[in-house]
Write a protein of this length. Structure first.
Length: 175
């Protein structure tokens, strides 16, 4: 979480888990919206990932409270071309926010290269900086960093595993 935009000592994130075609999902909610959508295989590992991404923030597991939110995220992952009907709590540097906004503009079923995405930004960026912003993304599928590929069209790193990235692209009809 970007330290410049909040005081972690006074913040609480509620989170819950769901089952998806890609494994488990952890969904965290702040007072401003969905703050994290993390993919993984085991609840303890996902909770550690959330804690590492949000140092100093109080984390409360509340599956009952988040059941509707988690259900919407699970539906998004099942059909990644749909829009998520939930507010997002996007926090990052100016460059990260620009990259994430550009990612949200890539239509389902299409990809962009890291370099092409960098060239289209309103802020100066390199392909490597776009890659770093994708790696910093905490909102899997809602901020579709899985739609970014290498210059030769091949699939490269993905925070939640290349296999998940490949499956998401296949689910969207990308060859």
């Amino acid at each position: 979480m970007d330290a410049m935009t909040h005081d972690p000592a006074n913040e609480t994130l509620c989170f819950g888990y769901g089952e998806t075609k890609l494994g488990l999902v952890l969904v965290a909610l702040s007072g401003r919206g969905v703050a994290a959508i993390l993919l993984g295989d085991e609840p303890p590992a996902l909770r550690r990932e959330l804690a590492a991404a949000c140092p100093g923030v109080r984390l409360i597991e509340d599956d009952d409270r988040l059941s509707g939110t988690v259900a919407k995220v699970v539906a998004l992952i099942a059909s990644p071309g749909r829009k998520l009907d939930l507010p997002l709590d996007l926090r990052g540097s100016e460059l990260e926010l620009a990259v994430w906004e550009a990612l949200r503009g890539i239509p389902s079923g299409e990809t962009r290269t890291y370099g092409a995405l960098a060239k289209g930004l309103a802020v100066p960026a390199t392909a490597q900086e776009v890659g770093a912003a994708c790696a910093a993304n905490r909102l899997a599928v809602a901020v579709p960093c899985h739609r970014v590929v290498k210059a030769d069209g091949s699939i490269s790193g993905y925070r939640w595993g290349v296999q998940r990235k490949r499956r998401l692209l296949n689910m969207e009809g990308v060859a």
